[in-house]
Write a protein that binds this ligand. Sequence first.
Ligand code: SF4
Length: 211
Amino acid sequence: MKKMKVVEIFRTVEGEGSWVGYPVSFIRLEGCNLRCPWCDTPYSYDGKTYKEMSLEEIFLEIEKFGLKRLCITGGEPFLTEELPSLVEMFLKHGYKVLIETNGTLWNEKIKEIFNENLFIVCSPKPPTYLINENLVPFISELKYVIDDFIKIQDIYKPDILERVKNKTIILQPESNLPERVEKALQIQDELLKKGIESKIIPQCHKVLGLP
Ligand code: SF4
């Protein structure tokens, strides 16, 4: 099997979304099909900050951390063709695996290995906030960065929300800025008026000074 482009492998405390606070191993895969203005990992798609690793090499690195929660992030992990094989290997070894995706791409092979230990967190990105139709039924939670521009219409899409597995929506104030927290509170209220609960969760790893 082809080697994968891996930007970094590390252990930290999950700082975003529903897994917040758990110790987690991270694999950051190379490449992204988007260019978000506030991206905090531009090195993940600069085309030079990576090393090529086989499945076995990645597995041995992750096993060293002794954890059973793994987050596969990017960049955009669905750009890596071998993503399903990577996920399958860890699921088979009893890991809970979370894929963080911008939601624009999909790989049909994920369907074949999908089970209750695989979590797909979709964080749609501006300006379109596009979500790939094939991905929708497999999304565990939706996470929106609350910046200066996002509007309630970018989040409130009933046809999509109905099909998201546990209907969790997370509002993440950009860079933990006070004015973004204020906007997140407003959006949370607007969603509530439409009968939709959401959680405001900051980037906790940044608060804690962790990677
Ligand atoms: S999708 Fe994620 S990795 Fe890609 S540019 Fe946007 S924030 Fe950065």
